[in-house]
Write a protein that binds this ligand. Structure first.
Ligand code: ADP
Length: 162
């Protein structure tokens, strides 16, 4: 069985992330979307919230599951017997960081490979940060995030102001 791990912060999950997860699900027997449990400084949502939004967003993809993890991504991938780490590429600017991370990960875990999947054109401008910025300014985020994320985003931003 070929297993891939798709790691990220997903603060919150966007339709661009789901596009990558769906593409990966066609290439691998099993895909684990791994929500990085990093200190919530600068993050809007807690790890539990990010994981629960992700679980809801991928439930239409039968061979995709979500989990959270801390520490090194390569260690997480190893523990789960993954062969591949999947990342998404939007623009050339993403490539530089992914390339650097891939080479470092290869040094740490030579048996693991990184596969970068290109996003669809309509998601190439989309990021969690831009979604948060638009929502904070009262803009419409329909289609940019899965529909169940919209009310959570709104209430989180209101809570922040309260
Ligand atoms: P990280 O903090 O690990 O970059 P993100 O949640 O921002 O976490 O992104 C996770 C992965 O998804 C990264 O590989 C990123 O390049 C990719 N990604 C983010 N937004 C998009 C998008 N709109 N289309 C395709 N891939 C994306």
């Amino acid at each position: 069985m070929r297993l891939a791990v798709y790691p990220g912060t997903f603060d919150p999950v966007t339709t661009g992330h789901i596009d990558i997860a769906a593409r990966a699900s066609k290439l691998f027997d099993q895909v684990v979307v791994a929500v990085y449990d990093r200190p919530s400084k600068n993050l809007l949502f807690t790890t539990e919230e990010r994981l629960s939004m992700m679980r809801e967003a991928i439930k239409h993809l039968p061979n995709v599951t979500a989990d959270s993890y801390g520490g090194l991504t390569v260690e997480y991938a190893r523990r789960h017997g993954a062969e591949v780490i999947v990342r998404g590429l939007r623009m050339v600017s993403d490539f530089e960081l992914e390339f650097q991370m891939a080479l470092m990960n290869r040094k740490l875990a030579p048996e693991l490979d990184l596969i970068c999947l290109m996003t669809s054109l309509e998601y190439s401008f989309l990021s969690s940060s831009i979604v948060k910025e638009i929502a904070a300014l009262g803009g419409c985020v329909d289609g940019l995030v899965p529909s169940h994320v919209i009310p959570l985003l709104k209430s989180k931003l209101t809570e922040g102001r309260g």
